[in-house]
Ligand binder design. Sequence first.
Ligand SMILES: NC(=O)c1ccc[n+]([C@@H]2O[C@H](COP(=O)([O-])OP(=O)(O)OC[C@H]3O[C@@H](n4cnc5c(N)ncnc54)[C@H](O)[C@@H]3O)[C@@H](O)[C@H]2O)c1
Ligand SMILES: [Zn+2]
Ligand SMILES: [Zn+2]
Length: 351
Amino acid sequence: MSSDSGTMLAWTKTKDEQNGMELIEHKIPTPGPGEVLIKTKSTSICGTDLHIWLWDDWSRDNVPLGTITGHETCGEIVEVGEGVSNQKIGDLVAIECHFACWECPRCDEGNAHVCENGEIFGVHSNGAFAPFFVCPEVNARKVPDGISPSHASVQDPLGNAIHTLTGGPIEGATVAIHGLGPIGLFAVNAAKAMGAKLVIAIDWDNKLRMEMAKELGADLVLGKDDDVIKTIFEATAGQGVDNSCEFSGSPNALSNAIKSTRMGGFVNVLSVYGQSMPQVPMNDLVFRYLHLKGINGRKMWSTWETMHDLLASRKLDIERVVTHQLNWKEFQEGMELTKSGNCGKVVLNFD
Ligand SMILES: NC(=O)c1ccc[n+]([C@@H]2O[C@H](COP(=O)([O-])OP(=O)(O)OC[C@H]3O[C@@H](n4cnc5c(N)ncnc54)[C@H](O)[C@@H]3O)[C@@H](O)[C@H]2O)c1
Ligand SMILES: [Zn+2]
Ligand SMILES: [Zn+2]
């Protein structure tokens, strides 16, 4: 097919205000050299999309007005640009939303997810709350057989969860997951699938998500009424967990994570904090000899490979985490649902 003269409607950040998103007409993009055109199958709603919807300071600084948002997506390749050699029309692909230059020192050393010249699809440039989009061919990752198109879009947050977990030991290890949003829930599920000996899942007060964590395999689920640090020590013979992962965005949870990780253990932080200088118990970090690591995106491509192995082995329960599937025109309902927290992952389907 040719995308030449067609138009499409797409959810676009048009106004400098909260929400400020409209379904407006755009030209269907044409794939440039090295790019592919993708017909969207599903795009899931990320916390980042909610930040953009809420139009906080970070969004104002990063998202140009007029941008089509949405970055957690999958679809079918319908056209390839000049020089594209590794993609086939008709393939179902999911998108790695960090677009890298592949030439800078970070890309050279294998850290393309933090490329010096990188940009994020659906944040800095047009994304996938739209029926068509273009992306560099390397960012289109073939979906393993048997994964339904309505579930394939969640590989971005699932990959975040796996990247965070792999910052520390998993197989045979004790793991704590702080914050049971969609990414924390994926992490609970992946930690069990990757052979963790004990998975402790902690939220504040979201009963729905705490219940889901149990169903996804958590051995112990804690909330605001529990003494989190004391209970983690009790559950680990007084040592603390090997691997703490922080997905809540709460400084209180970060502090709990540091204080309940075993001597010489690992604290991996994916969260973005509302306050840029959360209080951190530094002396605990030092005296416990902890490895504290910030996590961003997904490793290209080792996180994707680990994830594809897990998906192919059918050890993950994506279906349970995806609590809501809406039509893409119901974008505003999806954002309200995400804002409410009464959900796991919310996916918008295009057909
Ligand atoms: N670094 C990256 O590349 C990247 C990518 C995606 C998301 N993120 C960040 O990862 C985090 C997780 O995303 P999400 O969409 O799953 O989050 P979410 O906001 O949907 O969920 C956060 C959960 O944490 C719980 N919580 C709040 N306070 C808590 C506390 N004190 N202890 C334990 N739990 C608590 C909430 O009840 C909620 O269920 C967010 O901070 C998000 O901004 C980072
Ligand atoms: Zn995302
Ligand atoms: Zn680079």
